[in-house]
Ligand binder design. Structure first.
Ligand code: MG
Length: 225
């Protein structure tokens, strides 16, 4: 860092890729197992906000034999080799928010008809930016937060299994849990983004659904910065 490092900002309406690296045995050849084309809502020093529209074509992991990851028994979910497939995002749209350097992002979910459902705190590696988007690595453990401010840990079983098979070592597991505790502190004091009224945000109806580019994996995960 020189102190004059220039961060290229995206503009609202720009289309970028929100990607996650693979950490199971990886047959992809490029190290990315999730790629979601999204539209930039806001990109400042404080937050990047992106919209994943319903029907967006995405990349998701599957086991080498095509089994969906969540149908694979937990005992072999993280040791069986994986590849990726293209699929549409069939749910309602998702708004993703992230603060630079923070080891989580916060996703907003709605039921059909824009009935706000919950926030989802996805614990993850602080994101790195590259020309075409943002890369991170999922940390298995998550937190759901509801409009009445109740919250619950999610995917404790997957977090435990990832440690059992050595995808996350003891030191990293402590960091992830402690990041989760830090996020709980923000939830309990009802800090950003929970207090920021993003539930009322709506996408610009003129935005097209971004397409998954043919070269979505062209910048290998390990080179992105
Ligand atoms: Mg997660």
């Amino acid at each position: 860092m020189t102190g004059t490092e220039r961060i290229e900002r995206w503009s609202p309406g720009d289309q970028i890729l929100w990607r996650y690296r693979c950490h199971a045995p990886d047959l992809t050849g490029h190290g990315i197992e999730i790629c979601r084309p999204v539209t930039v809502v806001r990109d400042t020093d404080e937050v990047i906000a992106v919209w994943m529209a319903p029907g967006t074509e995405c990349v998701k992991p599957v086991l080498a034999d095509g089994t969906p990851v969540h149908e694979q028994p937990l005992a072999t979910r993280y040791t069986a080799p994986r590849t990726v497939v293209r699929d549409r995002w069939w749910g309602t749209g998702v708004l993703k928010l992230a603060r630079p350097g923070e080891p989580w992002s916060v996703w907003l979910f709605w039921d059909p008809g824009w009935q706000f459902k919950s926030w989802y705190v996805n614990l993850e590696e602080p994101r790195t930016r590259w020309a075409g988007g943002i890369d991170s690595e999922d940390h298995f453990l998550d937190i759901s937060v509801f409009p009445d401010r109740q919250w619950v840990w999610r995917d404790e079983d997957e977090f435990a299994e990832a440690q059992r098979v050595g995808l996350i070592g003891p030191e990293k597991a402590r960091r992830v849990r402690s990041a989760g505790q830090e996020a709980l502190g923000v939830i309990q004091e009802w800090g950003s983004p929970f207090r920021d009224d993003w539930q009322r945000w709506r996408p610009d109806p003129a935005w097209p659904v971004p397409e998954l580019p043919a070269d979505w994996a062209s910048v290998p995960a390990r080179l992105a910065s």
